[in-house]
Write a protein of this length. Structure first.
Length: 151
């Protein structure tokens, strides 16, 4: 999910909702979390993150440029920062700090039913995507090379 004007504009509201223990739901835009979250179809419920995130959690965080991003925890580093990656991406984003995290996805709302954080249904695709990341890298860079050779 890329930072959007509407999300930036409503930041004080959703931060207040999270601080009071509430939940807010949004419909992510962008393709970075495909096939787990399909833009225009799926919604996500976000709650305040209590303590440290877990491996494979999906976090909403704010980058230094002010954009909001919804990506998965690919690793938790020794210094406590997170390495993040979208399910449809190959490049890791390192150094996401705890104070950058706005909240954690508690549920993914799909037409065929909800996926709830911590359940097998929520974690199985994450583990599969993590195992297949090296193959996505090979496919991605092979495709780039193919485009350069045959332009």
């Amino acid at each position: 999910m890329n930072g959007s004007g509407s999300l930036r504009d409503s930041e004080p509201i959703f931060r207040a909702v999270l601080e009071s223990g509430g939940t807010f739901t949004l419909k992510p835009r962008g393709n970075s979390m495909r096939p787990t979250i399909i833009p225009g179809r799926d919604g996500v419920s976000i709650v305040r993150l209590e303590g440290q995130a877990l491996l494979y959690d999906i976090l909403l965080y704010k980058r230094q440029d002010g954009s909001f991003v919804l990506h998965r925890v690919a690793a938790i580093e020794k210094d406590g920062t997170y390495t993040m990656c979208g399910d449809y991406q190959v490049v890791l984003e390192r150094g996401v700090r705890q104070e950058d995290v706005v909240g954690v996805v508690n549920a993914i709302h799909r037409p065929d039913g909800d996926l709830v954080r911590g359940t097998r249904e929520f974690l199985a695709p994450a583990r599969r995507r993590a195992r297949n990341r090296p193959l996505r890298c090979v496919r991605f860079y092979a495709g780039k090379l193919w485009q350069k050779l045959f332009r």
